[in-house]
Design a protein around this ligand. Sequence first.
Ligand SMILES: [Zn+2]
Ligand SMILES: [Zn+2]
Length: 464
Amino acid sequence: MKIYNTQSNRKEEFIPLNEGKVNFYVCGPTVYNFFHIGNARPFVVFDTVRRYLEYKGYKVNYVQNFTDVDDKIIKKAIEEGITSQEVGDKYIKEYFEDADALGVRRATKHPRVTETIPEIIDFIKILVDKGYGYVKNGNVYYDTKKFKGYGKLSGQNIDDLVSGARIEVNVEKKSPTDFVLWKNQKPGEPGWESPWGMGRPGWHIECSVMSTKYLGDTLDIHAGGQDLIFPHHENEIAQSEAATGAPYVKYWMHNGYITINNEKMSKSKGNFFTVRDIRKDYDGEVLRFFLLSAHYRNPINFNRELIEQAKVSLERLYNTKKNLEHLEKHATLSDMNDSEKKILEEMASHESKFVEVMDDDMNTADALASLFEFSKHINSETNENSSKEFIKAVFDKFVELSSVLGFLEKQEELLDGDIQKLIDQRQLARKEKNYALSDEIRDNLSEQGIVLEDTPQGVKWKRR
Ligand SMILES: [Zn+2]
Ligand SMILES: [Zn+2]
């Protein structure tokens, strides 16, 4: 399997540090608002990379942080008359609602900056002790000229960066490329006790600390949007390698930009869409489909026509799934015959193709194409005369590959009326002492998230 490594600017064979295990860190959202579709791209893309690694048999330790201390959060808190903590809590909840709709699985760990302050302070102390950090009036800065490899990720050298930097009004910094590790507290801002006085961490330091805290000094993969390459990820390398002495990241992955009707997304142009906005018209899974329809490193353009296309395409995959479900339920023959066995072998070519293109730096666009080929093949080779065993084998493989990309995982929601009908059937079965049937109905409901409770007033149900 090959992954394009931003640090070397080429595709490299993927070999994790520890066989069979992948330590994977993705920069998470700053939680002060609903996230927009530009933010959604890395969440969806790297969730897919994680799923594919798991499909390949790796155990993936996947960490994505929440930035819950930030100027924008403080501003929002003042506007709304609540605390920064409350702003963070609210938008973390909203993040999960949208991420769930997009089929983005929960990370192994979602650390928050406010829960990592002692570790951040310890980390900055190490940098100061080693001479990479300097203190001015309660602020701590990183001395970029001291770090030999500064600029290696973005392919720039420090002298060019210094001369190209904007004229800085900040007289405390020794060099315009230096950045803040710890900010002293201003009135009305949240703050924590530190050796340098009350204050709060800078943005870059939090990712260095949260990633190493949960994943160790060297990560297999660190990912994010390409706008984070400089300065955020460059600064993370400088901090982490100076503090630990170990290489920070083996593979850097970055996704490309998103445009709206071929224009840069901006609030002033009125073409700014949050995922929440789009979900009013489209299922989150449709947006996921759109986001994976291009290679993750390429730019992607969003417009009404393309999202409509995504909707229609996704429906085709669902139709194939539903047809198979129907055929399996009504199949009269149970065992696979020889010609079905042969067809199943032929169908394996679609999985090989899927793997081949995903192995080539996660080409989800081509992986989707192979899924549609598979779907076409299924529709031409399955019918009422197919055996149950054959249908089931085809179904399992089709659903498995679809779910590597995060599709076809939605259960059709049971309506309240249907639930009541099933409960009535179960009551009848119990009256007739048909306990096998009554248990089966209970289990089916449970699989769909419906919990039954026997009460003196009769059977009550609730959604889990
Ligand atoms: Zn980060
Ligand atoms: Zn085929």
